[in-house]
Design a protein around this ligand. Structure first.
Ligand code: GN1
Ligand code: MG
Length: 379
């Protein structure tokens, strides 16, 4: 098949959705590790843009439930925004809208085994793979806080568990053990380092699930993947204006989201860096992200929520490293890779970040205590 044929096929899939006009352009979008994404430009006036995505069916076994969750969240957020949200004031906030297919009136299109969906693009906004400034870090945190605030009153039981075990670290560890038992022994240095790294933290892996089992933490609706490039920033003001990439929305612990946001924002070199030695967790950026988050979210956080913030950042960095490393050993069956050893390198970056978090535990715990005290004092 030529590139032109593939483009025609994609255009035909996009055209199967209820678009407002003729398709003028269609290009690959972003650098997701799991789904395939394209930007669709549609005839105006004004020109409108949409995000066409093929869901990875190996990852999402029930994609129609992913869409049901996305729609439940979108309806809820829209209703909350229509009531007016004091947190937002004059700030622009948007939520991606799901389009229906033209014929079946379903929020997806199936073609040759592929499962496709189409959502609105958040216009006049952009996203970043790494945080560029303290202000931006604060905005990303505030954006996650607004998102959590807007869905905090949505009963999690109304959402399907579309990715069983997602962010349940002990489950990743169980899978890792099976993969290690079956993987050919590789004497590469990086592999040896990762094997030892995981062993040293085996007991720590259950810290959040244990808090959930004992009732200290409870399930809530979560985003599931609030890394820095999933927070859209308004082009003119630089303010967070939307969270995108909503296929991992499901019931979970908000600590998965907070940990994921921090491990992504506070790693200035980004998760794809080759400069392992220079990877570190930036506590100043952590201050910004957390204070932005708390400015929006303090109203629904419990004492136990605060008590588990530090372990959340340490755990989700470790967990992502474990997921990349397991995938490396399993032959790269989950995360898309661009070169041999790509997932091993990504794992080493996350483990290095975890070590940096561990080395700064006291500073991070002090920072959390300080922000918490400021909020209690009404500062
Ligand atoms: C995957 O595909 P993408 O880039 O949106 C993964 C996340 C990881 C992330 C690491 C469903 O997200 O959990 O944090 O890669 N998504 C899934 O970049 O596993
Ligand atoms: Mg994602």
């Amino acid at each position: 098949m030529t590139l032109g044929d593939a483009h025609d096929d994609l255009s035909a899939i996009a055209a199967a959705f209820d678009l407002p006009g003729r398709i003028l352009g269609l290009d690959p979008l972003g650098n997701g590790n799991v789904n395939d994404s394209y930007l669709v430009v549609c005839e105006g006036p004004p020109l409108q843009r949409f995000v066409l995505q093929r869901l990875n069916r190996t990852v999402f076994l029930r994609p129609e439930l992913v869409m049901a969750n996305m729609i439940a969240i979108a309806e809820h957020v829209e209703a909350r925004l229509n009531q007016g949200c004091a947190l937002l004031g004059e700030r622009r906030w948007e939520h991606p809208r799901v389009l229906l297919s033209r014929d079946e009136r379903r929020p997806w299109v199936e073609r040759d085994g592929g499962f496709w969906r189409l959502t609105t693009f958040i216009e006049s906004s952009r996203s970043f793979d790494v945080v560029a400034s303290a202000e931006q870090a604060r905005e990303v945190g505030f954006g996650l806080g607004v998102f959590h605030h807007l869905i905090s009153d949505l009963p999690p039981a109304g959402l399907a568990d579309t990715l069983e075990g997602f962010h349940v670290t002990p489950r990743y560890l169980e899978h890792y053990d099976v993969v290690v038992a079956n993987a050919p022994a590789a004497a590469v240095n990086g592999v040896r380092h990762c094997l030892a790294f995981v062993e040293e933290r085996r007991d720590f892996a259950s810290v959040l699930e244990a808090a959930r089992d004992s009732g200290h933490l409870r399930l809530r609706p979560i985003h599931g993947d609030p890394k820095v490039n999933n927070v859209m920033m308004e082009a003119c003001s630089g303010r967070a204006c939307a969270l995108v990439d909503l296929d991992t929305v499901k019931p979970g612990l908000i600590h998965y989201d907070i940990g994921d946001c921090l491990r992504s924002c506070c790693n200035p070199l980004g998760e794809e860096t080759a400069d392992l030695e220079a990877v570190s967790f930036d506590v100043d950026l952590c201050r910004e992200v957390l204070s932005g988050y708390l400015a929006a979210a303090s109203g629904f956080l419990t004492a136990a929520d605060y008590d588990h913030l530090y372990v959340a950042m340490r755990l989700i960095s470790f967990e992502l490293g474990l997921r990349f490393f397991t995938d490396h050993l399993a032959g790269n069956v989950y995360f898309r890779t661009d070169q041999p050893g790509h997932n091993l390198q990504r794992a080493l970056v996350q483990f290095r970040l975890t070590e940096s978090i561990e080395a700064q535990e006291l500073q991070i715990r002090d920072l959390i205590a300080e922000l918490r005290a400021d909020l209690a004092a009404g500062c």
